[in-house]
Every structure is written in structure tokens, then in C-alpha cells.
Write a protein that binds this ligand. Structure first.
Ligand SMILES: [Zn+2]
Length: 378
């Protein structure tokens, strides 16, 4: 089959690789219909992940049609249209039983991921095998382990272009608002107007926030989130963000500050110190009202410099973080999509065939031409 692979250094290319096969009784094989770029890929694409091997298949978020199921798969049949959560989790370990699927002990491909984190997290599609990952969705076919845990049937009325965002971007955004315990009347500030930031802003509105303010440096993205989520936008290139946030929150600062700024695109070695990667986090801690909540979302540099620890204790802030929601929110989000309460297809600012994967990733990395996400069709 054809698949978009990491090709070493900062190159990606479409290659011929072997078709995936069922390996375990709970596996299924999906023929991909849509897959989307993800900011967590940027360190890999920049040649900054030493664990990566050339030829590994990229793609964390995808949707497709079931073509083969293992003997223990109960919830899916051949020809079902499914969206697959980006975290690979067993559904049975202690963490999975608590609903913490992204913290699964068994979801990796057999490798203990990131020993410097202290514990492994769940596996993921499109991550290097040496970090516990699996071949990803920028391909014609994907093997989906633990298919009953991570894959969900898409309601007939929801288009592929909308549902592909239920794989990870929408669950992450939803989780950002949930972790912040956003409540009616809150003022919420979100750093980052990529897909996850925009969906966090939408989720905060859905939870009844009084004001939601998104901070970014790109006017095109800010216009998009203002139009689609009905929120306020601040461009930090020409607005004093801290002063504006104070002003718009009765002089106190926002109740909930979400850093959804993701991975810096500039080259630096993973997962070592990211000297400039924490600017949004520092600003969020600075802006947040005393006793408020700071939420950090998504894949991040391993270490950030100058973390404002003293401000946390002096202001009594709660900090919560998550890389992925895990699959538990996907059914509810698909139901919201079916009711048109959650609209995501506009986030696919660019669509192209998988053959143009290298062009698509260059566009995505540089945020050129108003790019928020590129959606590929094999
Ligand atoms: Zn588990």
C-alpha cells in the first residue's frame, strides 16, 4: 500500500510499504478515508525525535471503513464507517478502568515510552515504534489494536470531513474545558487558535462560559474562531494581552486559562529543554485570576525554561494537564456532530490527496495560506 512516511531529517514522502495484517484477536483493519495533520508531528518532521526510524508511517488522526476484524472484535463489522481515537488503550488495566484511557499501561507497542516521564502513557498511531507507537493513518490501511476500545461507528448523517476531527482534536478541546471545570459565568482565555484551541473555545461556550477570549498571532485563525465559535480574539502581536484580559474580566483575570499553543515549529532537540516553548504558559499563569485554573493541553516540549513556580503558589492556582482525552468522549462528540452542535469541517482549510503529503505538511508547519489543518485522502 501507499503511505506517507518519515524519510529522515526533515523529509516526508509517500512510499510503498507492506499492507498491515491482523496480529491479535482484538485487532481490526481499516481502509482510511480521511486523515489529518497534527501539531504533535512537528518535532518528528523536524528531525528532532531520535527514536524515529525512516519509513515509519505518520498520521495520528483518521477515519475509515472496516475491512477485516479479528475474532474477538464485538462492536464492529466489515463495512462499518469508524473514527479511531488517537490513543491506543487496552480498556482493561487499572488506569483504563478509571476512565484514564490516555494513561493506559498496556497500549504501547511493547516498548516503555519515555522512561524519563516515570511511567509509560498509552500508545498512539503515527508515533515511532521505539516510543511505543503504531503505524499511522496517513496510509491506505491501518491496523487498529483493541478495536472495541478505541474505534467508534460514525452516525450516517455526519460527514467524513466533520467526523475525522472526533479522533483527537475535538476530544482534546472538550477535555480542555472539562479539566478547567468551565462553568456558567466564567471568563475563559485560550492560547492558540489551532484546531485544538478553537475547539476548546467552542467547548467553553457550550459549557456556558460568559466570555471566551482566544489569543494567537495569526489574524486568519482568529477570524475563523471568532466567526465559528462566537468568541473574542486577541492578536498578541499588536495587543497588550495581559491588560486586555484584566480589562475583560472585571479586573481580576480570567477564571480559566488554557494553553493550547502546542508544539513550537522551530527546530530544537526533543525532549530536551525548550528555551522559548513556554511563553504561552508563562502568560497564562500571569493572566489567571487568583485561585483560578491553568490547563495545559497536548503534546509539549519535554522541559520548559523559566516556569513561574512562585506565581502558582502565591496565586493559589490549580494546574491540570492532558495530552489526550482518550476515546471516552468520542461517542458524545459524534452525537453532538450529528445534531450540528459541533461543527468542525471548516478546520480543514486544505484538502489534498495523500500523494501531496509533503506539500501538505510544509503548509501546515509554516501555517502558510491560512492553514489550520490539512486533511488527506488516500
Ligand atoms: Zn489500559
Amino acid at each position: 500500500m501507499r503511505a506517507l512516511c518519515w524519510a529522515g531529517a526533515d523529509a516526508v514522502e509517500v512510499r510503498r510499504v507492506p499492507d498491515p495484517e491482523l496480529r491479535n484477536a482484538q485487532d481490526m483493519i481499516v481502509r482510511v478515508r480521511r486523515s489529518t495533520t497534527c501539531g504533535a508531528d512537528l518535532p518528528l518532521l523536524g528531525g528532532r525525535v531520535p527514536e524515529a526510524s525512516a519509513g515509519e508511517v505518520l498520521g495520528r488522526e483518521f477515519l475509515g471503513e472496516v475491512v477485516e476484524v479479528g475474532p474477538e472484535v464485538r462492536r464492529h463489522r466489515v463495512a462499518d464507517r469508524v473514527v479511531v481515537g488517537a490513543a491506543v488503550a487496552c480498556g482493561a488495566c487499572w488506569f483504563c478502568r478509571q476512565g484514564l484511557l490516555a494513561c493506559c499501561d498496556n497500549g504501547t507497542s511493547g516498548v516503555t515510552a519515555e522512561p524519563e516521564w516515570g511511567q509509560p502513557s498509552a500508545g498512539g498511531f503515527g508515533r515511532p515504534a521505539r516510543l511505543g507507537g503504531f503505524a499511522g493513518g496517513h496510509a491506505e490501511f491501518v491496523r487498529v489494536p483493541y478495536a472495541d476500545v478505541g474505534a467508534f461507528a460514525v452516525p450516517e448523517s455526519v460527514s467524513d470531513d466533520r467526523a475525522v476531527f472526533a479522533a483527537d482534536a475535538a476530544p482534546a478541546g472538550w477535555y480542555g474545558a472539562e479539566l478547567g471545570e468551565v462553568a456558567p459565568g466564567d471568563v475563559v482565555a485560550v492560547w492558540g487558535a489551532g484546531a485544538v484551541g478553537q475547539l476548546t473555545a467552542g467547548a467553553a461556550v457550550a459549557r456556558g462560559a460568559d466570555r471566551v477570549i482566544v489569543v494567537d498571532d495569526r489574524d486568519d485563525r482568529l477570524r475563523m474562531v471568532a466567526r465559528h465559535a462566537g468568541v473574542e480574539a486577541l492578536n498578541h502581536r499588536y495587543v497588550d494581552v495581559l491588560a486586555e484580559l484584566r480589562e475583560r474580566s472585571g479586573g481580576r483575570g480570567p477564571d480559566v486559562c488554557v494553553d493550547a499553543s502546542g508544539m513550537p515549529a522551530e527546530p530544537s532537540r526533543w525532549p530536551l529543554t525548550e528555551a522559548d516553548g513556554g511563553a504561552a504558559l508563562r502568560e497564562a499563569v500571569h493572566a489567571c485570576r487568583k485561585g483560578g485554573v491553568v490547563v495545559v493541553l497536548d503534546a509539549r516540549p519535554g522541559v520548559v525554561d523559566r516556569f513561574p513556580l512562585g506565581a502558582l503558589t502565591d496565586k493559589g492556582l490549580a494546574v491540570r494537564a492532558a495530552r489526550r482525552r482518550g476515546a471516552t468522549a468520542i461517542p458524545e462528540l459524534l452525537a453532538r456532530m450529528a445534531r450540528d452542535e459541533l461543527v468542525t469541517e471548516h478546520l480543514a482549510t486544505h484538502r489534498m490527496p495523500l500523494e501531496r503529503g509533503a506539500d501538505g505538511y510544509a503548509l501546515f508547519r509554516d501555517r502558510a495560506d491560512g492553514c489550520v489543518r490539512v486533511v488527506f485522502t488516500p
